[in-house]
Design a protein around this ligand. Structure first.
Ligand code: NDP
Length: 446
């Protein structure tokens, strides 16, 4: 790595001890930026990188709530407002027991570049809690969300900071959060949260957007090699929001999606995954993936534990969580005939895994480019809220498709300009960084 960047990275490690996911996200971006600093010494002179790595604001708060048995429970809430050079902070909320400051900061840091890549006027932020919605009743989830918003409301707003969903936060949670925000502020401020229900300010295509966008990006990458998703054998990890709609769109493009997973195990359905059954079990019944195999009978196998990446595929779409593909898994996937990987999740591949893919000449799309369709459609939701309008599914999906082609081309062209043709990691990091850095320079030392 460039020695100027190495020195800054060491400062980041020292200032943020123990936050290993954040360190990983910073390293992954820094590894791409050497050629930019040669071309733009003004970024070095103005210490843009040191400023970028320090969030503008970090909020940590207590979230007390009462469970159904009458016991008081305490969780920790976070909102990291990372960078507002391009617009209000924008990024989701994650509710998962693994959440701590290091995870929120890695996600917030990635979000800065991702949001810049979309070309929309949105800054970067992220938040969440170590609350685990799994196994909780609707009433418990509501009480938790109300308590969480009772603190968060003072930090957000349509021109300030606009949260959305992420792992463990879907339409139900956004509904409870929005209701409490409206009650406390006495404002029907639709643009304060995205991922709302379509009947009360949400956008069509927002639930589908991250998964759909990831697959649209994959299609664009495959085109550069004269091929397409038609006839490809696809494996997807996860079975939540992003995974489900990635499966649906891949199937629309003629691929056969044979496997997906949850944190307990994975299923293999050689006939192609039945998305409506999957949604029935996961979304409506809030059940486990194992149930899919039970209902489909002998033609579907369920493997408790283990890794979905053991199932051979030509296209892999990791859509569960960070660091779910390590070097060993990546090596096996390459041996099994892999052609392309697109990250629907944030940072699902370790840096070792990315190196394996790239050395093998696999098409590899990093999350900050491939999954940017979600936040881009959130920005479309904000546009509809601001104009008090509601667009059709077809119009919104066409906008999303256009945005994903734009992101793909921006990454490809930037990689080429900076001497790494075909390297989408370099393209995404540099294109996102330059846009934010230019804005920061123009706005002075703040
Ligand atoms: P969901 O909560 O809807 O689904 C998450 C899925 O991943 C579930 O199947 C879950 O299994 C699995 N999973 C979660 N944690 C782990 C773990 N530690 N090990 C194994 N499996 C796990 O979340 P989303 O689909 O919204 O998010 C998935 C990924 O996509 C995340 O990385 C998120 O940051 C990213 N993303 C999401 C966007 C969005 O619009 N929602 C936008 C951009 C990125 P189980 O049910 O067993 O926990």
């Amino acid at each position: 790595m460039d020695t100027r960047l190495e020195a800054i990275r060491e400062q980041v490690l020292a200032r943020n001890p123990g936050e290993k996911e954040f360190h990983q996200a910073v390293l992954e971006v820094f590894e791409s930026l050497g050629p930019v600093l040669d071309k733009h010494p003004e970024f070095v002179d103005a210490n843009v990188l040191q400023r970028l790595c320090e969030p503008e604001r970090q909020i940590i708060f207590r979230v007390p709530w009462m469970d159904d048995a009458g016991n008081v429970q305490i969780n920790r809430g976070f909102r990291v407002e990372f960078n507002s050079a391009l617009g209000p902070y924008k990024g989701g909320l994650r509710f998962h027991p693994s959440v701590y400051l290091g995870i929120v900061k890695f996600l917030g840091f990635e979000q800065i570049f991702k949001n810049a890549l979309t070309g929309m006027p949105i800054g970067g932020g992220k938040g969440g809690s170590d609350f685990d919605p799994r196994g909780k009743s609707d009433r418990e989830v509501m009480r938790f969300c109300q308590s969480f918003m009772t603190e968060l409301y003072r930090h957000i707003g349509e021109y300030t900071d606009v949260p959305a969903g992420d792992i463990g936060v879907g339409g139900r949670e956004i509904g409870y959060l929005f209701g409490q925000y409206k009650r406390i502020t006495n404002r029907y401020e639709s643009g304060v949260l995205t991922g709302k229900g379509v009947g009360w300010g949400g956008s069509l295509v927002r639930p589908e957007a991250t998964g759909f966008g990831t697959v649209m990006f994959t299609q664009e990458m495959l085109k550069t090699r004269g091929t397409s998703l038609d006839g490809q054998r696809v494996v997807v990890s996860g079975s939540g929001n992003v995974a489900t709609f990635a499966i649906a769109k891949a199937q629309q493009f003629g691929a056969k999606v044979v496997a997906c997973s949850d944190s307990s195990g994975y299923i293999v359905d050689e006939n192609g995954i039945d998305v409506s059954l999957l949604r029935q079990i996961k979304e409506k019944e809030r059940g486990r993936l194992k149930e899919y195999a039970v209902r489909r009978g002998a033609s579907v196998s369920y493997v408790e534990g283990g890794s979905v990446w053991d199932v051979n595929a030509s296209v892999a779409l990791p859509c569960a969580t960070q660091n779910e593909i390590n070097t060993e898994a990546a090596t096996g996937m390459v041996k099994n005939g892999l052609v392309a990987v697109a990250e629907g999740a944030n940072m699902p591949s370790t840096s070792g895994a990315i190196a394996v893919f790239q050395e093998a000449g696999i098409l590899f799309a990093p999350g900050k480019a491939a999954n940017a369709g979600g936040v881009a459609t959130s920005a479309l939701e904000m546009q509809q809220n601001a104009s008090r309008d509601a667009w059709t599914f077809e119009h919104t999906e066409a906008r999303l498709a256009n945005i994903m082609v734009g992101i793909h081309n921006r990454c490809a062209e930037t990689a080429e300009t900076y001497g790494s043709p075909g390297n989408y990691v370099v393209g995404a990091n540099i294109a996102g960084f330059v846009k934010v850095a230019d804005a920061m320079l123009a706005q002075g030392l703040i």
